[in-house]
Each structure stands twice: as structure tokens, then as C-alpha cells.
Design a protein. Structure first.
Length: 110
């Protein structure tokens, strides 16, 4: 059986398209599975416990509703009054209320 030049070209084109498609798909899967180190840090910050007696500015800011000013206020309060004996004592810091404590209840520890 003899193949025409057109048939040979068609078979080669289909093979080439299949090869390209397979390699592009594999490259896309690799890109989807890659996670940057920064993204991993953020994820661990979101789920890790924060010891309010030892946490630095950045750790405190990882809590919901705590920006730089509130984090500084917590550290200032801690330095002035000593260690927190109870998580609820955080409400003595200006700008921190019950709602903020509830949002972070699963992440706060002493």
C-alpha cells in the first residue's frame, strides 16, 4: 500500500499537534501545582496560633482586624502592664472589642 504525499503530511501534522498539545497541557499542570514560598507563609500565618504575650508586631498583624496601630497598642499595653493572664484581657487595649476577639478566638493563646 502506497501513501500519497498528502496522507503522509496529514499523519505528520496530526502527530505534531498531538505532541504540542500534550506538552502544553503538562506545562500548564506544572504551573498550577507550583506554590510560591510567600503564599505558603501567608497560609501558615492564617492558621497558626498567636501567643499574645510573646508575639511581635508582624505576628499580631496576622490576626483579623489587627493593623499596625492596634498591634503596637497591644505590645505597649503588654510592656506597661505585664503579661496577659487571659485572652479577654485584650479588650482592655483601646480599639479591641468582643467582636475582634470572636473573629480570632481559634488563633489566640497565652
Amino acid at each position: 500500500m502506497k501513501l500519497s504525499p498528502f496522507s503522509i503530511c496529514a499523519v505528520m501534522a496530526i502527530g505534531l499537534m498531538s505532541f504540542v498539545h500534550t506538552n502544553l497541557y503538562a506545562a500548564q499542570e506544572t504551573q498550577v501545582k507550583q506554590v510560591s514560598p510567600k503564599a505558603m507563609e501567608t497560609t501558615s500565618d492564617i492558621t497558626s496560633k498567636v501567643n499574645i504575650n510573646k508575639a511581635d508586631l508582624a505576628e499580631l498583624q496576622s490576626l483579623k482586624g489587627i493593623g499596625e496601630a492596634k498591634a503596637k497598642s497591644i505590645i505597649e499595653y503588654r510592656n506597661k502592664n505585664g503579661q496577659f493572664k487571659d485572652v479577654k484581657q485584650l479588650m482592655e487595649v483601646s480599639g479591641i472589642g468582643e467582636k475582634l476577639l470572636e473573629q480570632n478566638a481559634d488563633r489566640l493563646e497565652i
